[in-house]
Design a protein around this ligand. Structure first.
Ligand SMILES: Cc1cc2nc3c(=O)[nH]c(=O)nc-3n(C[C@H](O)[C@H](O)[C@H](O)COP(=O)(O)O)c2cc1C
Length: 305
């Protein structure tokens, strides 16, 4: 069976999970290509019998570059795909949303997998309640998933269509938030990113790292927002702290109420045995974002946490 795993991963967790799934597949078939989604040649995807697509959860769903990628796929009648994601406290609609989009392309979604991960949004504090994940057990589960998906795909191909899994229902509040946080809404909600030309050294690190190709440092003035997937990695990457936004304009009370809901979700997942806690949430300072921590560190006010 010709198998390919594609992933989008900004901070490396999804990539590491993809590697573990691949290990499981290799044990069964001895072959599985692994590639960043951005490097995939869409024309050759139809040559694969089974394709996995993985990503982080952004704003309770798959990131915009991943939905754009799926929309751009050709019709792939009856091809088998599986989807997976890594996330902080709330996965939202991600697996359902990716599966539905793939089904519209004629794909049969034969499996899905998700794990908690150390959340990396720059406007979150650090650590987060899911820091320490994926843990060794979750990495083992990823390998098991890889072993299992091969057998499942083969049996579905032989007619055991009852093995095609359905996704768990998503609580209404996360469906609503995922639907609400469109590109347009995020552009209104978050302050625009701006370049400090006096600090910028034209090193191009932000441009190279931008998953949407949305930055052009040489443009006059530098272009930073279009297209944008709102990952906010560029201010975290810039070694000169030349990219920033006016974060004080964001209403922090919204974040506080969401955080309380995240903790509730995690408590429920813990009770179901699906989550293990490595961080005491009462030690998390919600006002101290990763961006602020990085700024203090680079300005020499603090040792790295
Ligand atoms: C912009 C942004 C938005 C995020 N939104 C969510 C979210 O809605 N729910 C969630 O559980 N995690 C969220 N996260 C956390 C990521 O899903 C998590 O850190 C992921 O494992 C990162 O994967 P990567 O290392 O492969 O990039 C968000 C992270 C970023 C950067």
């Amino acid at each position: 069976m010709k198998t390919l795993i594609l992933y989008f991963s900004m901070s490396g967790y999804t990539e590491r999970v993809a590697e573990r799934i691949r290990n499981g597949i290799l044990e069964k078939t001895g072959h599985c290509d692994l590639m960043a989604m951005a490097d995939a040649d869409i024309r050759s995807i139809a040559e694969y019998d089974l394709v996995g697509l993985g990503c982080p959860v952004y704003y309770y769903k798959e990131p915009f570059n991943v939905s754009d990628f799926i929309e751009g796929l050709p019709h792939l009648k009856d091809k088998h795909w599986f989807v997976f994601c890594t996330h902080g406290s709330v996965m939202g609609t991600t697996l359902v949303s990716m599966s539905e989009k793939l089904k519209k392309k004629g794909v049969v979604v034969v499996g899905h997998f998700h794990v908690y991960a150390d959340a990396t949004a720059p406007f979150f504090p650090y650590p987060v309640p899911t820091s320490g994940h994926p843990d060794p057990l979750e990495y083992e589960q990823a390998e098991d998933f890889g072993r299992d998906i091969i057998e499942r795909s083969e049996r579905i191909a032989q007619g055991e269509v009852n093995l095609i899994p359905s996704t768990d229902p998503v609580p209404e509040q996360w469906v609503q938030l995922a639907g609400m946080l469109t590109r347009e809404a995020l552009s209104q909600m978050f302050p625009p990113l701006r370049f400090d030309l006096e600090k910028c050294t034209s090193c191009h690190e932000c441009e190279d790292a931008c998953p949407a190709g949305g930055i052009d440092v040489e443009a006059d003035p530098p272009r930073i927002q279009s297209p944008c997937i709102y990952c906010y990695q560029c201010p975290m990457i810039c070694p000169a702290l030349a990219i920033d936004a006016d974060w004080d304009t964001v209403d922090s009370s919204f974040g506080d109420s969401l955080f309380a809901m995240y903790l509730q979700e995690l408590e429920q997942a813990e009770a179901r045995g699906e989550f293990r806690r490595y961080v005491d949430p009462s030690t998390i300072d919600l006002q101290d974002s990763q961006l602020m921590q990085r700024r203090r560190k680079l300005e020499g006010h603090e040792e790295e946490k």
